[in-house]
Write a protein that binds this ligand. Structure first.
Ligand code: SF4
Ligand code: SF4
Length: 394
């Protein structure tokens, strides 16, 4: 019996915004049925065997081409989909993503500017107010359209993958119960009073504790009493240079700004280029920011609230847990899962902080308040949800 968690969608409404088109920069991949439809409709010239995600090639064309090899989908013309009736599943599902690990979880991609937070919560992570239809209803409709046997089949595969992962962590004596990890994450996040939280949490995870007792009531207090990691900016710069320094420009992060322009980020020779991308993949540099001029900006109390809610979101997200599992496996199961979980939470929040600070420099801001924190999340959530994850996406 599959447990389906929709809780992330509950606070949001959604309306696709004219002039956006951001989701048409994500390369859609086709399943066998969709391929057959494309072939019958004579749309094969729009396909490629090169899959941007992971930079892989398949034996035959199974993904839609990007214009200029890195811009919008081949079938987007003047921000209109030319094949709307046969658009593939990822396009029909956006902005929700379906992830399978120990259960099915439906997530909201907060990079989409058409998501509105309908709560009165001050720490909202998307634009405030009602806009369009319930995202929860859309998520349920999305799940209802996935054939039951396909879902069960993929769920069985996910269960096998996570079982194998658990066995490895037990063999290497680094296992932690996922519920205990989330509870510890909640306690820790409740103690977030400002950006200092990241430097202290990172300092704790750098100690690589073994056999952490997550049930210890003083766990969060112990973590947050650590002397802050001093080289936090260097850690942030290094992580982001790796992410943004791509020879293949199809792999660089793109997001949509307040004016509905597509903004791409690239690093080269210690410079961050903030560029405007067009449908055909052409790029125009708007700002060149030397790496050594980047400063991590202070958070206001409103900004802290938004970041705290984003950390809560990560803590509840199964794709994030799957990402932590992937990091643990990539590190050959050498570190206690608690260390990996808390350390990955800290570096993910650090990357978001860095991204918001970069956008703050572009906008001439001095600190990160509520609005800039939301801009950071819009520019970052696609990267976060797209991170390699143990578990499967549909
Ligand atoms: S990202 Fe959201 S608002 Fe933009 S085109 Fe896609 S669904 Fe519409
Ligand atoms: S098929 Fe249509 S909706 Fe999907 S990415 Fe291409 S243009 Fe956008």
């Amino acid at each position: 019996m599959m447990d389906i968690d929709y809780s992330e969608l509950e606070r949001y409404d959604h309306q696709c915004l004219d002039g956006c088109g951001l989701c048409c920069l994500c390369q859609p991949e086709l399943d066998d049925d969709e391929l057959a439809v494309f072939r019958k409709a004579g749309l094969e010239e729009g396909l490629t065997n090169y899959h941007v995600q992971g930079g892989q090639k398949t034996d035959e064309p199974t993904a839609i081409k990007l214009q200029g090899g890195r811009g919008a989908c081949h079938f987007l013309k003047d921000l209109r989909c030319q094949i709307h009736d046969v658009r593939p599943r990822p396009c029909r599902q956006f902005p929700v993503q379906v992830h399978l690990l120990r259960r099915v979880q439906v997530n909201a991609n907060l990079a989409c500017p058409g998501i509105f937070d309908n709560t009165s919560d001050r720490g909202t992570m998307a634009s405030s107010g009602k806009g369009g239809d319930s995202l929860l209803a859309f998520g349920k409709e999305t799940i209802s359209k996935i054939p039951q046997d396909e879902m069960e089949d993929i769920f069985e595969q996910a269960v096998e993958i996570v079982k194998e992962f658990d066995e490895h962590t037990l063999d290497f004596e680094v296992y932690q119960d996922p519920g205990a990890l989330k509870d510890a994450g909640t306690d820790l996040i409740n103690g977030m009073k400002g950006s200092d939280w990241i430097a202290r949490t990172l300092a704790w995870s750098n100690e690589e504790s073994i056999g952490t007792d997550l049930k210890n009531k003083t766990f969060a207090r112990d973590v947050l009493s650590h002397v802050p990691e001093p080289d936090i900016l260097e850690v942030a710069n290094d992580g982001n240079i790796d992410l943004l320094d791509q020879d293949d420009l199809a792999q660089i992060p793109v997001f949509v700004d307040d004016d509905m322009k597509w903004i791409a980020l690239r690093s080269r020779k210690n410079i961050i280029d903030v560029m405007r991308m067009e449908e055909d993949g052409s790029l125009e540099t708007m700002h060149e920011i030397p790496m050594d001029s980047i400063k991590l900006m202070d958070w206001t109390s409103d900004g802290t609230e938004v970041f705290q809610n984003y950390a809560r979101l990560l803590n509840d997200r199964d794709p994030f847990m799957g990402y932590v599992y992937q990091v643990c496996a990539d590190q050959d199961f050498q570190f206690d899962l608690a260390t990996v979980y808390i350390g990955t939470m800290a570096t993910t929040m650090l990357d978001l902080w860095w991204r918001a600070s970069l956008m703050g420099m572009v906008k001439g801001e001095k600190s990160i308040g509520q609005n800039l924190a939301k801009v950071g999340i819009k520019s970052f959530d696609m990267t976060s949800l797209g991170a390699p994850s143990i578990g499967l996406f549909i």
